[in-house]
Ligand binder design. Structure first.
Ligand code: F6P
Length: 250
């Protein structure tokens, strides 16, 4: 695993965007696994900036997103489809038909999940998967205790995640209680993984995930078993790793 520590959120975002853009330049028709949440917003802004300068094209890129709230339409401002449109897709040259986000309004979640697993396989698998991490160590919506062998599935969100995501909704009651999410198995099948973390509130989860044992109680700890993981974070999120003697590059 490579660990890069950045001085600021902006520098962290630039480093992450560099890794993504290198993937796109190396393989223009790559499959990018994309994430939502507060952490990757700066990464997407940086990619948009480079696209606008003419340094980068996504014309042949295919994308698959990690997760979506169940019950939210793609036009709902807190849906992850809306997030991706407004933070990235609407500002770059990716073809709309090449962007894939789970349908939160699917009548039969099991059918939607099975179709998504097939889609990922038909695309040839994910070349680079971008991840954030929840304060409880979740990745996508794989919550503590979830089976590592799961593919895309219906999830009941934990109180911890509902609480953390309430900041995006008018009230806590409006946060959906369920979501559709890629499983750990889909994520681990990606050829490369890039995980971004910032802020002191993530420091303990980062420490548990990368210095603690591999355990279902800390979903991100499974990444210790992946052969190609890059962790990019700011000082606040990485300080416990550094104090534990992990090799942290500047
Ligand atoms: O980047 P944030 O907003 O801290 O979210 C962390 C993680 O939580 C989620 O938003 C889900 O709760 C993930 O999509 C994300 O990776």
């Amino acid at each position: 695993m490579r660990i890069y520590q950045a001085e600021t959120y902006q520098a962290m975002s630039r480093r992450a965007a560099n890794i993504i853009s290198a993937q796109v330049i190396y393989k223009p028709d790559c499959v990018l696994g994309l994430a939502t949440g507060g952490t990757p917003v700066g990464t997407y802004q940086q990619l948009v900036e480079w696209f606008q300068k003419g340094d980068l094209s996504f014309a042949e890129v295919r994308s698959v997103n990690l997760d979506e709230y169940l019950g939210l339409s793609p036009h709902h401002e807190q849906s992850y489809r809306y997030f991706m449109q407004t933070n990235l897709f609407d500002h770059i040259d990716i073809k709309p038909e090449n962007t894939h986000v789970l349908n939160g309004l699917a009548k039969d979640p099991a059918v939607e999940c099975a179709a998504y697993n097939k889609l990922i396989r038909d695309l040839g698998g994910i070349d680079l998967q971008l991840l954030g991490m929840g304060r409880n160590g979740h990745i996508a919506f794989n919550e503590p205790g979830d089976d590592f062998g799961l593919e895309t599935h219906l999830v009941s969100l934990t109180e911890n995640t509902i609480e953390a995501n309430a900041r995006f909704f008018a009230s806590r009651d409006e946060v959906p209680r369920h979501a559709l999410s890629m499983g750990i198995k889909n994520i681990m099948n990606a050829r490369r993984i890039l995980i971004v973390v910032n802020g002191e509130e993530k420091a303990e989860a980062v420490y548990q995930a990368f210095c603690g044992p591999v355990t279902k109680q800390v979903p991100a700890s499974v990444l210790q078993l992946h052969p190609d993981v890059t962790l990019v974070g700011d000082k606040a999120a990485l300080h416990k790793l550094a104090e534990a003697g992990e090799t942290v590059c500047g």
